[in-house]
Design a binder for this molecule. Structure first.
Ligand SMILES: O=C(O)CCC(=O)C(=O)O
Length: 393
């Protein structure tokens, strides 16, 4: 998950006082994110329109067969990643595994809405959120924890995904975040970004980050299949310290439910606009090299029951195992040591339709976030957005 904006004016995924002020430039002036904003890959706060007109409308931008299609041929997958910056792994999930992920995402999302713990993003032109984001999925069902370690218990093509991610990032990569992005009808596109946008320019000719997503619905141009700019990973590297040049046209990732989408951390991408009347669901796992700070501080937010049941591989992948030179160590513990869990943070865990109302109050969630979630949910419900109304019956 990438948060382009800070203060949330829900009309956009991008903020401040109406002027382009991407979060990352607070830390580094010379970022590709700055250049993407300058090129207009975000939605205007006043008009709710993409500043670069039509960056979310991709019809006829590419010919049929021109872009990667789902395959299980590892040579083709490697070549797609190299050439286009993304690839699609066919049948990464069996139909049963797909059903498990769908059911878990739906139930968790429903309970987070009901208990006012949900996070919402994007917006319809009237400024009301349309999309829901589930975060810290390692805590929210063993299928997600399995997916993070690419266990074939939950991900049929786990070994293949592990292989490709290792080829991209090297051994010992760690999990940056685990989320689900549910795009509802009538939303605006996300501001386009790269997984490794926080890395200042110039970028070396290899990625620091890797995105592995699981399509829980058929992805199309109509329902907000992830927007990508094919080949942008190379262009962003090749521009070195110079501004990012004008980029090729966008495309929506298209493919059947159960496919896995792998993206090079340098690829420009974002959630598409969903023009249908059904939800579009995606599980997003991001991984990066082991010396980069993680978006989710698993050492704090992993739930004790998940830690207690975690395999060594999962603990290492979540960043509990100290790496070379003592990175990620604790009180001087060096390479190979596995950190204990801080268990004084009660993170949101697996919720169900039976979870009691009072559970919502017991989490160490920021009170402001709780209040914000409740207020946004009421606005969505009043406006009749699908995510808010489907629970009413
Ligand atoms: O929802 C999607 O298709 C992609 C989401 C994404 O890139 C993000 O949240 O960082």
């Amino acid at each position: 998950m990438v948060q382009i904006g800070k203060k949330i004016n829900r009309r956009v995924g991008y903020v401040d006082d109406g002027k382009p002020k991407p979060l990352y430039t607070r830390y580094h002036r010379d970022t590709v994110q700055r250049d993407l904003i300058d090129q207009g890959y975000y939605v205007d706060i006043e008009t709710s329109e993409p500043v670069l007109p039509g960056y979310h409308r991709t019809r006829d931008n590419y010919a049929t067969g021109e872009l990667p299609e789902p395959t299980d041929d590892i040579e083709q997958l490697r070549s797609d990643l190299e050439t286009f910056g993304f690839c699609l792994v066919a049948d990464a999930l069996t139909p049963e595994q797909l059903d498990t992920f769908r059911a878990r995402v739906d139930e968790q999302a429903r309970a987070e809405r009901r208990l006012r713990l949900a996070g919402f993003t994007s917006a319809s032109p009237d400024g009301i959120p349309t999309n829901q984001f589930l975060i810290a999925l390692a805590n929210k069902g063993c299928c997600f924890a399995d997916a993070i370690e690419f266990s074939e218990r939950s991900v049929a093509r786990g070994e293949l995904l592990d292989q490709l991610t290792t080829e991209m990032l090297g051994r010992d990569f760690i999990c940056n975040s685990a989320a689900a992005a549910i795009a509802g009808p009538n939303g605006t596109p996300q501001a386009l970004h790269c997984g490794q946008s926080m890395i200042p320019k110039p970028w070396p000719p290899w990625p620091y980050e890797c995105f592995v997503g699981f399509l829980l619905d058929d992805f199309s141009e109509q329902n907000g299949g992830t927007l990508v700019i094919p080949r942008s990973h190379r262009i962003l590297t090749e521009c070195g310290n110079d501004p990012v040049p004008p980029l090729p046209p966008t495309a929506n990732v298209t493919g059947p439910a159960g496919s896995a989408l792998i993206m090079d951390g340098r690829l420009v991408h974002g959630t598409g606009a969903n023009f249908t009347d059904a939800l579009r669901r995606l599980i997003i796992l991001t991984f990066h090299k082991p010396f980069i700070r993680q978006q989710e501080q698993w050492g704090l937010t992993l739930r004790p029951d998940v830690y207690a049941n975690a395999s060594d591989k999962l603990k290492a992948r979540l960043g509990f195992r100290a790496w070379h030179g003592g990175l990620g160590g604790f009180e001087g513990h060096g390479e190979g040591a596995v950190a204990p869990l801080r268990d004084d943070w009660n993170a949101v865990g697996e919720l169900s339709d039976e979870s009691a109302e009072e559970d919502g109050a017991g989490y160490t969630i920021h009170a402001a976030r709780h209040a914000h979630s409740a207020a946004e949910f009421e606005r969505m419900r009043a406006a009749g957005h699908l995510l808010a109304t489907q629970d009413d019956d």
